[in-house]
Write a protein that binds this ligand. Structure first.
Ligand code: AMP
Length: 209
């Protein structure tokens, strides 16, 4: 199975990608998480990369393509955060065409900006398994502790309002045009990110089954 989940920051794409990956037993590939792991393992040598991410800008295509290449070659993935530009989508298309492994579906999770800003305000991520919580809408059972793995929850530096607004601008100018690119291929499934998490997942599973 080869799926892409696209949505603005805070739309719930990461949560959905994770649940879908579990359901279909396919690797969940979050380029943001892979980049954060890479920076953590190489502390001191990635200051520039860290700065780019903390400011909410996109990192170089070469770095990101290097991270996803193996998953493309294995022909099974749920991409979360990739592609982020039409150029990246074109590169992915070429890679998949070369191995005759087309995408099954692009899941497009939509949501209003006002709700995104509110959601990001209380967002916490698990440092161990990457699960995402919101202190108001989806709190962990115990403060700052992940329900799934017991890992410590933290607030990402790029989740502050000013950076979220920049990430949103980048999303609308650079990432959203991807939807038209994939609509032309007839593989977009659009769903509102407003409902309850399980209902959204079930609707996507029904579409993919
Ligand atoms: P995310 O966890 O998906 O919100 O990504 C966090 C940050 O990682 C983004 O704001 C970018 O700086 C970087 N990033 C993640 N995926 C990509 C990508 N496909 N292309 C460029 N930068 C990316």
């Amino acid at each position: 199975m080869r799926i892409i989940v696209i949505g603005a920051p805070g739309a719930g794409k990461g949560t959905q990608a994770k649940l879908l990956a579990k359901h279909f037993n396919v690797p969940h590939v979050s380029t943001g998480s892979l980049l954060r792991e890479y920076i953590e393992k190489n502390t001191g040598t990635c200051d520039e990369l860290k700065h780019v991410m903390n400011c909410g800008y996109l990192v170089d295509d070469d770095i990101v393509i290097g991270l996803i290449r193996g998953f493309v070659e294995d022909k099974a993935f749920i991409f979360d955060g990739f592609p982020r530009t039409v150029k990246q989508a074109e590169i992915l298309n070429e890679m998949l065409s070369a191995i005759s492994a087309p995408l099954n579906k692009v899941i497009y999770v939509t949501i209003d900006d006002d709700i995104i800003i509110g959601r990001m305000a209380g967002r916490q991520s698990c440092s161990s398994c990457g699960a995402i919580y919101n202190t108001k809408h989806n709190p962990p059972a115990a403060e700052r502790i992940c329900d799934h793995c017991g890992g410590a929850l933290f607030v990402r530096e790029d989740d502050c309002e000013q950076v979220v607004r920049r990430r949103l601008r980048n999303y609308y100018t650079l990432t959203e045009p991807i939807i038209d690119y994939y609509r032309k291929q007839g593989i977009v499934f659009e769903i509102s990110g407003l409902g309850c998490i399980d209902e959204i997942t079930n609707a996507v599973i029904a579409e993919l089954s």
